[in-house]
Design a protein around this ligand. Sequence first.
Ligand SMILES: Nc1ncnc2c1ncn2[C@@H]1O[C@H](COP(=O)(O)OP(=O)(O)O)[C@@H](O)[C@H]1O
Ligand SMILES: N[C@@H](CCC(=O)OP(=O)(O)O)C(=O)O
Length: 372
Amino acid sequence: MSRQSVANAKRIVIKIGSALLTNDGAGLNKAGIANWVDQIAELKAQGKEIILVSSGSVAEGMTRLGWSERPTALHELQAAAAVGQMGLVQCYESNFSRHQYVTAQVLLTHADLSNRTRYLNARSAITSLLSFGVVPIINENDTVITDEIRFGDNDTLGALVANLIEADALIILTDQDGLYTADPRKDKNAKLIEQARAEDPDIEAVAGGGGKLGRGGMTTKVRAAKLAARSGCFTVIVGGRIENVITRLNKDEVLGTLLCSDQEPMAARKQWLAGHLQTRGQITLDPGAVRAVIEQGRSLLSVGVVHVDGNFGRGEVVACINEQGQIIAKGLINYNALETQKIMGKESKEILDILGYMDEPELIHRDNLVLV
Ligand SMILES: Nc1ncnc2c1ncn2[C@@H]1O[C@H](COP(=O)(O)OP(=O)(O)O)[C@@H](O)[C@H]1O
Ligand SMILES: N[C@@H](CCC(=O)OP(=O)(O)O)C(=O)O
């Protein structure tokens, strides 16, 4: 198995955990943030797209509010997160502006990624930010969530963001140098695992829980690698305190633990789409559109649709059938049933005039289309 290459990765999600960000509980690790930002700026200068998933809001909020113990009551955690998020983004913003990079704050909840419409909205918002050269800084929207619906740890959030925008690599920076054969806090003989398959059940068995500041420990990091692999993204779990860790990884130096994904990016993503979704309606394609989708792997455009059935919303899954009634594909549609009816048979350039707005020129983007 060859080491998957950070040097070749174009779109990278970097997750920075609480254990690193909070100076062992004494406020934000501002020197650390400045240093990681300097390294990220080097990658940006090479044309890479970087998305940061950063923890630290609750810990920073606790410092700002003068609390020494992490609260357990939900409303106190929510308050701490709201206060601390300000400090967190301020710190990233001022550091990235030293390099003339603009940042954006993106707060996500579980519902944003499980509901198809919100999923597509989050996806287009984040990819637009990337196209403008902006660095999105993502955290869970702790202020509006309850225990039952939270990600809780940011490892899971990082992996779902990697799936969402089809990142090539997920780098998880933490307080240990990588995944060890046992928790190094408890076992001095633990050895660093350099490489494994993300799906390997043995690595889940060695991963333990987290320290007092972090949430999920290695358990959620290993699970995150498995989730990321669904869309063909590989993961590196690595020590954020290792000197120049990000730029060295970017030169493909062997650091931390690499958890490889076995699958081709698009194959994995389509597999995920195919496995997870139920159709909410169907659209009939003319023979030209059927050929474009099946033989040329193209996106589906409104001009090739002749009939619409069902009452689906934007971002829901529809079946694409040919004029003989056979299902040929399914995918996430960018317009709801009513809108699709209005724009079917029309060219993409007419969508704006017909609907008064245009979200995407494609009815179903080829990345969101699986052949059946
Ligand atoms: N097999 C393992 N290898 C390395 N660290 C482990 C392992 N099992 C458990 N851990 C613990 O996981 C912690 C990192 O997770 P966590 O505290 O959640 O950090 P973060 O805030 O960066 O997500 C380490 O400090 C370590 O004690
Ligand atoms: N959303 C929370 C982060 C949760 C958390 O600590 O996650 P992790 O860094 O994975 O241990 C915060 O900003 O405090």
